[in-house]
Design a protein around this ligand. Structure first.
Ligand code: GLN
Length: 441
């Protein structure tokens, strides 16, 4: 981060809208490294609004565990990164606090929902961003912004202090320019935390453990790819087989087709219960008329303060968990999740990793996004959703460039095998040259 004063960061932010809050002052205090936290992670010195107006003014009295651990390591938190409201989105265009712009082309999206986190990792050398993924929010923006994004196994990193989207899906992870940074910081943020029981059942993190065996390439992941993405993938696989000496097996995983609908049922169901707490009584929106009927009061606040996508998710999720529909949708989706996991386990018993592109197309322009229907946006995540639905660790690394825009490659490993992912990604990094845009702040 050498050379980036708070003023330089401010200028960078005026151009790219990466941060929704930024450190102030004349010079940065002493630090070993700088890091940023996605806006849905609680920290004491900034507001935590999760990209939503409904949390305006909420200043947590505590740090989220991953933030706390980064500070203990000597990190300086320089800001809260911009994101889709509560994590609802694929392009970070659903933020209430401006839309982050892609460092490779300002007319294009950063990806989402950790768009600001990926852009910060790309634009600030040596910087490491804490991101959060529910259905692909680390891998997608990492791919679109040409950086490395690691989503650990569900439960590896404590979720204490994270503003929940879908509790059975949320994972805190890392984004940076290099795999080396991730291998340094993953052990820092990982490990049991008594404040999050889910994190307490994990086996130790072993970064020396590598995985041997052929790579599996599901044919389902080759459907509907933009030609440039498919070509970059095939070139990368060629390179991988030469330098790693591994074979690539084309296989079929039919259950992957059902992961996307199951994910949106589970994610919106859990989100709709999580969002019920934002009614304008405890968080945000001060100075209101409290003499109304409670229903009118809550509806007024929620209608005004939630964005359109949040409202859509509340409606979808509430519908899925209504009496009479619960078994038909939510419980069925949980069954699908089990099926997908079974299939992953079967394939990973004979293969080292499952490989695919991270996103099916190049980072889109904002005018293209504005014409997309919600279902088209949801479909864009068909490659990142399956590992997220099943809590499997995965990494996205840059694997090619087309017209100056980055393309990402995704590797998926069995539960708790982040070490193998990092080792293989390190080998990749030794043989593939990453590009970063030259920006003078
Ligand atoms: N785009 C997906 C969604 O909107 C995933 C986002 C996320 O991981 N937070 O749910």
């Amino acid at each position: 981060m050498k050379g980036y004063s708070p003023q330089a960061l401010l200028r960078l932010n005026e151009r790219y809208s990466i941060f929704c809050q930024l450190i102030e002052g004349d010079a940065l205090p002493d630090h070993r490294f700088t890091f940023s936290a996605k806006d849905n992670l609680c920290t004491t010195e900034f507001q935590a609004r999760a990209g939503s107006r409904i949390l305006e003014g909420y200043r947590p009295p505590f740090d989220a565990t991953p933030v706390h651990r980064m500070r203990q390591e000597g990190g300086l938190l320089i800001g809260k990164t911009n994101m889709d409201e509560f994590g609802f989105g694929t392009f970070s265009t659903n933020s209430a606090f401006g839309v982050p712009r892609n460092p490779f082309d300002e007319e294009r999206a950063c990806g989402g929902s950790s768009g600001g986190a990926a852009a910060a990792a790309c634009l600030i050398p040596g910087h490491v961003s804490l991101g959060v993924s529910t259905g692909g929010s680390i891998a997608c923006p990492a791919s679109f912004c040409g950086v490395v994004g690691l989503t650990p196994t569900y439960g590896r990193v404590s979720r204490y202090g994270l503003i929940d989207y879908g509790n059975s899906l949320d994972k805190v992870g890392l984004l940076s320019r290099t795999v080396k940074d991730l291998s340094h910081f993953l052990p820092v943020i990982s490990g049991p935390d008594p404040k999050d029981p889910t994190s307490c059942v994990q086996p130790p993190l072993d970064l020396n453990h590598s995985r041997e065996g052929p790579l599996a390439l599901p044919t389902e992941c080759l459907e509907g790819l933009a030609p440039a993405v498919k070509e970059a993938l095939l070139r990368a696989l060629d390179k991988l087989s030469v330098h790693l000496g591994v074979e690539v097996h084309e296989i079929s995983m039919p259950s992957l087709r059902f992961a996307m609908p199951a994910y949106y049922v589970i994610a919106t169901t859990e989100a709709s219960t999580n969002l019920a707490r934002y009614c304008g009584m405890r968080f945000g929106v001060p100075e209101r008329e409290y003499h109304q009927h409670f229903n009118d009061y809550f509806s007024g606040v929620r209608s005004e303060q939630f964005g359109d996508e949040a409202k859509r998710r509340i409606l979808l999720g509430t519908f899925c968990r209504m009496v009479g529909f619960r078994n038909k949708y939510y419980l069925k989706a949980l069954g699908v999740r089990d099926l997908v996991l079974e299939e992953y386990k079967k394939v990973l018993a004979d293969h080292s990793f499952i490989v695919s592109p991270t996103m099916p197309f190049l980072p889109p322009r904002f005018d293209e996004i504005s014409k997309m229907r919600p279902i088209e946006m949801y479909r864009a995540d068909f490659l990142t959703i399956p590992p997220n639905l099943t809590g499997l660790p995965h990494i996205s690394v840059p694997c090619g460039y087309e017209g100056g825009l980055p393309i990402g490659l995704q590797l998926v490993a069995p539960h708790w095998e982040e070490g193998g992912l990092i080792k293989t990604a390190e080998v990749w990094e030794r043989h593939f040259h990453y590009h970063f845009p030259e920006v003078s702040p």
